[in-house]
Design a protein around this ligand. Structure first.
Ligand code: HEC
Ligand code: HEC
Length: 457
């Protein structure tokens, strides 16, 4: 994929497409606006500059212009489509669906709804998808900040984006034991629109972070030459208005003799900023995600033969839990989730790990809170004596959580366990809510809830 893109981007067709697209992006910005990622900005400053130094404020305009040009606004989303019909971002996210999910809440006489994201999601996840909507502070865990590009409950391994089916499932079923509600009654069309909108906010957010990470290396040079960008757009507009006329005439470049060179430099800049950072680094990962789905191997036959997991499997799983798999380290000797409890998740660690920040002293991170970071709260290992599973309670769901881990949290993947061993641990996890805590023997007092089918729907 990346090869094809590189080939495409080097052709002038792509450059022309890019310019035409940028030209269309210069309208006025309607409200509400996407909120800038100030936390990442401040973090990059702290990591790269002297204590009293700051990035030039002009960078903010340059980043905003690029983002708005490529992704539009909360009321009018857009997609770059610089590779025409083949554009991988347009194959990943449909602009029609985005339009259903974006904008203010409204509906027509036929009952078609718009503004789905603002109606159902924004009060928790925020207009920008930064997880900092008005209700966020009252919730544990916090609503997800999509901009980090990390997802917990998915069929793909760590560091891979979730599939559409994973996102549909999270929206349909909600996340039990968290504030994330189940949207059981939304029509399919609306759920799919929301899935595309989540992908859109995520990719936009990942791209913003990528651009901000460039700032330290620029040493005062502009990220993108806005003057050349605007001049280029004007030139294109003139050329467009004189369609059919001689291009040289239409450019009429006597006042701007330096334009072609500037234009060339701008195009080169955009090949890197858009072709490389957005498409190759971010969009390609999303396009390839279906190839990495983790298949759940069939459980050993005798494991599924009875209503509750057979004792020998539970015992084997228990040995692994307290031994080789070392689940006890976090979930605790009692399984109540009282082992290692002072960990933070990646959304918090992202800025909390900045040198000079001490979680015990608020003064050391006040500037991050002012930039919009939510106060740090430790991520608690799950209490496994209560049979509530955020990622689903079917054996196959629990299998995936143990085998793949839970991205963004301390819960690790288990590459050293064989499939049979993972199944044994699943059996023990399923038995834990019914195991007597005192008296030594892992005696079962009831059968697990939820039946014994392997995979949930
Ligand atoms: C009442 C608050 C609330 C509302 C409303 C809400 N969410 Fe969530 N959502 C959450 C919380 C809290 C989490 C984080 C759960 C966790 O980390 O375990 C979350 C997580 C998610 C995730 C991440 C799932 C994963 O696998 O990591 C997605 C995607 C998501 N929500 C989408 C949506 C969409 C789409 C809507 C609107 C249709 C929505 N949410 C509405 C609170 C909410
Ligand atoms: C380094 C700490 C750590 C270790 C080791 C660990 N866990 Fe976890 N586990 C967590 C945390 C933290 C969570 C909560 C993640 C979240 O916020 O959703 C969790 C969640 C879970 C869940 C809940 C899944 C769901 O869908 O809600 C299960 C089940 C689980 N762990 C089982 C295990 C098993 C079995 C092992 C050993 C193979 C293990 N854990 C090892 C930290 C750990």
């Amino acid at each position: 994929m990346a090869e094809i893109l590189r080939a495409l981007v080097s052709k002038s067709v792509a450059a022309v497409g890019l310019m035409a697209f940028l030209l269309a992006g210069c309208e006025k910005v309607p409200s509400p606006e996407f909120r800038a990622n100030r936390v990442e900005w401040v973090k990059q400053e702290r990591l790269n500059l002297e204590a009293d130094q700051q990035f030039a404020p002009e960078y903010r305009e340059q980043v905003d212009t690029l983002l708005t040009t490529l992704f539009g606004t909360p009321d009018e989303p857009r997609l770059p489509a610089i590779y025409g019909d083949e554009d991988p971002l347009n194959q990943l996210v449909s602009l029609d669906r985005l339009r259903l999910a974006a904008g203010p809440v409204s509906s027509d006489e036929k009952g078609k709804h718009w503004g789905l994201y603002r109606e159902h999601c924004a009060h928790c996840h925020g207009i920008t998808g930064d997880g900092a909507g008005p209700t966020a502070l009252a919730l544990y865990p916090y609503p997800r900040d999509f901009r980090l590009g990390k997802y917990k409950f998915k069929s793909t391994p760590l560091r891979r984006p979730p599939t559409d089916a994973d996102l549909v499932r999270v929206i349909r079923r909600g996340i039990p034991g968290s504030a994330m509600p189940a949207f059981t009654t939304l029509p399919e069309e609306e759920v799919l629109a929301l899935v595309d909108y989540v992908k859109y906010l995520t990719i936009r957010g990942e791209y913003e972070r990528r651009l901000l990470a460039e700032l330290p290396g620029l040493e005062g040079e502009p990220l993108v030459d806005l003057k050349a960008l605007r001049a280029g757009s004007t030139k294109q507009a003139t050329a467009g208005a004189n369609a059919g006329a001689n291009q040289k005439e239409a450019g009429g470049g006597s006042e701007q003799p330096e334009l072609p060179a500037e234009q060339e430099a701008l195009n080169a800049q955009l090949q890197t900023l858009v072709g490389e950072y957005l498409y190759e680094e971010i969009v390609d990962r999303w396009s390839d995600r279906d190839e990495s789905i983790t298949e759940v191997p069939a459980p050993p036959a005798d494991l599924m033969s009875t209503a509750a997991p057979p004792q020998e499997w539970v015992a084997k799983g228990r040995d692994l839990f307290f031994g080789k798999a070392n689940c006890v380290q976090c979930h605790g000797a009692t399984g109540l989730g009282d082992g290692q409890t002072q960990n933070y998740d990646d959304w918090t660690n992202d800025w909390l790990k900045t040198p000079g920040v001490d979680v015990l002293s608020k003064q050391t991170y006040q500037h991050f809170l002012e930039a919009g970071a939510l106060p740090p709260r430790p991520v608690r290992p799950r209490n496994l004596r209560i049979p509530v599973y955020r990622g689903g309670k079917a054996p196959a769901d629990i299998y995936r959580r143990i085998a793949n881990g839970i991205e963004g949290t301390p819960m690790p993947s288990s590459p050293s366990l064989t499939p049979e061993e993972v199944w044994a641990v699943v059996a023990y996890v399923q038995a834990m809510p019914y195991e007597r805590l005192s008296g030594g023997d892992a005696a079962m007092s009831a059968r697990p809830v939820g039946g014994r089918e392997v995979s949930g729907k």
